[in-house]
Write a protein that binds this ligand. Sequence first.
Ligand code: GLU
Length: 266
Amino acid sequence: MDRDFLRHKRRIVIKIGTSTITHMNTENLNLEKLERFARVLTDIRNRDKEVVVVSSGAIGAGRKALGIKGRPSTLSVKQACAAVGQARLMMIYQKLFAEYNQTIAQILITKRIMLNEISRFNAQNTFQELFRMGVIPIVNENDPISTDQIQEENFGDNDTLSANVAELVGADLLILLSDIDGLYTDDPRNNKDAGFISYVKSIDERLEAMAKGADTSLGTGGMTTKIAAARIAAAAGVDMVIANGDKVSNISRILNGDEIGTLFRA
Ligand code: GLU
């Protein structure tokens, strides 16, 4: 499938997961990667495209700041971690984007905002204004208030959230950066014959079953939530690419029309 059309995408939502922005062994933030991420995104802005980031990592950063070992088991501890960590995360983004004179904004979203007509409208207006001002909004779920995401691990994750955001802002491309190259026919760690799928024309039950088998992610969202995101994106007319976030340069390559990751056509 020729991907040249991706060069013309103008409004792009990029989701970056906890596994991408932290070091696997220590779970500390991967500053070098975040620094490159800020540079690449600013450069996309410099090409006169509009960018929205959906970033996870608040709970992880909060846990580190509070010295909590292992995954917090109670909801209120998770929420407290998110409250501490979100501020930390934004402080780091602020610092890194400031290097390139790029202004950023924080938008925290809950499911209720998405479902309520008035708050949806308000959020849309805010995004429009930020785009006009050349700002990069950084979005996360408002975890200290809304418990959809962190209570049930497969529901209301940032994969789905980013597809909802793409729909809300009328994006024309959604990029999900993951810890895997894209969609495989099976789990590539257990099955060396697992084949890579570079293009998905439409999502059916067979594909969903395949995604379940190939679920490798360590984060909140696995391949199943990514397929759910692709469904939402497709219904909203948004093309979507799942790619490995290990190489930040993948973002620019996707926008250059290179065959990186799995492409889902709307
Ligand atoms: N909102 C959560 C956080 O910032 C992450 C949820 C997810 O990764 O899907 O920690």
